[in-house]
Design a protein around this ligand. Structure first.
Ligand code: SF4
Length: 188
């Protein structure tokens, strides 16, 4: 299928920059994925959730975390909600490295107009939501599953959706895939 071929080409290009950065730092692709994932989670993550997020087994994640620990890039601390559980977060050194980490898809996105970027964002968000429902992708903190999200609250407007938390209209390009304020809709 030509669309699949095109997407594979873009993904390969996007990963090149990240792998190059990983090689320069002595990090494997999995360790690089952990670095960029934890960079989005200042509140910390458990190993199981982290493994699900980057689509590796818990054993693979644990090995990668041990290597990141030895390099001083992560910290482990007791979960304040359950003292028996451990949370992971980036160390100061890890945060500094994450800030310098290349955004592999930036080159691809830069070729698109703002309008096409917004349209593509809507397509990507809905594809992820569909895969979530199939159980192929771990639960994301996305607008589409958030109790504060009102889809098409402003029909016909340039920004048709609405976030009740921030009280603002959202366009397709404003939709979030990983929002720290996300609350599951069914928890309402
Ligand atoms: S709180 Fe975040 S995830 Fe929820 S609707 Fe607003 S922007 Fe989207």
């Amino acid at each position: 299928m030509q669309l699949a071929l095109g997407l594979a080409r873009l993904a390969a290009l996007a990963r090149q920059d990240e792998w190059r950065a990983g090689e320069a730092q002595g990090l494997t692709p999995t360790q690089g994925d952990i670095l960029t994932t934890l960079a989005q989670r200042a509140e910390g993550m458990r190993v199981g959730a982290l493994a699900a997020q980057i689509h590796v087994s818990q054993a693979t994640a644990s090995d990668a975390l041990a290597a990141l620990d030895r390099k001083g890039l992560i910290e482990r601390y007791a979960d304040p909600t359950d003292k028996r559980a451990t949370l992971l977060r980036l160390s100061r050194k890890g945060r500094a490295l994450a800030k310098r980490w290349p955004d592999g898809f930036a080159r691809v996105i830069d070729t698109l107009s703002p309008k096409d970027q917004a349209a593509l964002m809507g397509i990507v968000v809905r594809a992820i939501a569909a895969l979530e429902r199939q159980g192929a992708v771990s639960r994301q903190r996305m607008c589409l599953s958030c109790q504060f999200f009102a889809e098409n609250a402003h029909p016909g407007a340039a920004r048709p959706h609405h976030c009740r938390l921030i009280g603002a209209a959202l366009g397709e390009g404003d939709l979030r895939i990983d929002c720290p304020e996300h609350q599951e809709a069914h928890a309402a």
